[in-house]
Design a protein around this ligand. Structure first.
Ligand SMILES: NC(=O)c1ccc[n+]([C@@H]2O[C@H](COP(=O)([O-])OP(=O)(O)OC[C@H]3O[C@@H](n4cnc5c(N)ncnc54)[C@H](OP(=O)(O)O)[C@@H]3O)[C@@H](O)[C@H]2O)c1
Length: 326
């Protein structure tokens, strides 16, 4: 089968489509004939060599969410058979004609959904649910600042937070992205390239800080992110787009009783990954099927143009998910 392989780390051109053996499913795995696989920012970090894979990840190839058809099933799989349409998270290897998926993470594609739509859904909505609701405890009437509002994850977080009845602020880098985030229901946004969000967000919220910060930025913005929190507020660190280390005056954490939490999906155990998939299915799949929330698709590229898809992502021009069609 054809798959995108990395023969070295580096710029997008290190990705090549090569013939590789079709993977054989273990007893409780499905082999999925991939029709679409969505990009995630972590893929670009992995390609550059900056993402040491967590222990337990068996597939070093890129691609962590796919949609397609079941092609073969392991000996102990009872609920799935070849030909069924399926989507979900995978350990890796989604940029390929076929990849393996744990049975417990497989979700039937709802009637009428395209493969592209299905592939663009799980990582964004699972991350939004686990961060905002499970770790952040977001409730109706609270307020949240979502960085990278126009990212694949950010566009899902805005919709999930609004569906919870929260007041939603965001940062983006262009006026066009701000307009589109407002269309998704967000209350107000700051152009991070022109204004200091730490000053603007409290002003937009009637002088008050926010209950939660959904932080994909890390690095040098850490102090400013903590400064926009209310007394007792919570910073959720999910990404490090602007650096992996920061200096912090710990007094503001202690004296303002702030919480600082980190989150990543890939280091979770197989059982925990099944549990996050189940929570997504129960809470958000009905909302997605009813059209009350939706994955935002920026663009699609054929598998052979995976390098161009990575270039688009790294240009910061995309709004929503970029998807490879296979
Ligand atoms: N921890 C987890 O479980 C988890 C899961 C999934 C994703 N993530 C993280 O979530 C983030 C978004 O992922 P994605 O796949 O949705 O990315 P994406 O679609 O590529 O969007 C990323 C956006 O971030 C903004 N950005 C880039 N550099 C920035 C900087 N230095 N400061 C502030 N904003 C910056 C850009 O938008 P603007 O120019 O408009 O600001 C860019 O378009 C990444 O950091 C990723 O690692 C974490």
């Amino acid at each position: 089968m054809r798959a995108v392989v990395l023969e070295e780390f580096g710029e997008p051109e290190v990705m090549h489509v090569r013939e590789v053996p079709r993977p054989q499913p273990g007893p409780r795995q499905l082999r999925v004939r991939v029709r679409a696989s969505a990009l995630n920012r972590g893929d670009t970090v992995q390609r550059s060599g900056g993402y040491p894979l967590p222990p337990g990840i068996k597939t070093p190839r890129m691609g962590i969410e796919v949609a397609g058809e079941v092609e073969a099933v392991g000996a102990e799989v009872r609920a799935w058979s070849p030909g069924q349409r399926v989507f979900g998270l995978v350990d890796g290897g989604g940029y390929a004609e076929a990849c393996l998926m744990e049975e417990g993470m497989a979700i039937p594609i709802p009637e009428g959904w395209s493969f592209v739509q299905a592939a663009a859904t799980p990582e964004a909505f699972i991350t939004a649910h686990e961060s905002l609701l499970m770790l952040g405890g977001l409730r109706e009437g609270q307020s949240v600042l979502i960085h990278a509002g126009g990212s694949g994850i950010g566009t899902a977080c805005i919709q999930v937070a609004k569906a919870m009845g929260a007041k939603v602020f965001f940062t983006v880098s262009t006026e066009e992205k701000r307009r589109r985030c407002l269309e998704l229901g967000a209350d107000a946004g700051v152009l991070r390239t022109e204004r200091n969000f730490a000053r603007e967000v409290p002003a937009l919220n009637g002088g008050a800080g926010v209950d939660l910060v959904e932080d994909f930025v890390g690095g040098a913005a850490l102090e400013r992110n903590l400064s926009v929190l209310k007394f007792g507020g919570c910073l959720l660190l999910l990404g490090m787009l602007d650096g992996m280390s920061a200096e912090l005056d710990l007094r503001q954490v202690v004296m303002r009783r702030l919480q600082l939490k980190g989150m990543a999906l890939r280091p979770l155990s197989p059982e925990e990954r099944v549990a996050v998939t189940r929570r997504f299915r129960e809470r958000w799949l009905p909302e997605l099927v009813a059209g009350r929330v939706r994955p935002i698709i920026d663009s699609t590229f054929p598998l052979e143009r995976a390098a161009d898809a990575h270039r688009r992502m790294e240009s910061n021009a995309s709004f929503g998910k970029i998807v490879l069609e296979v």
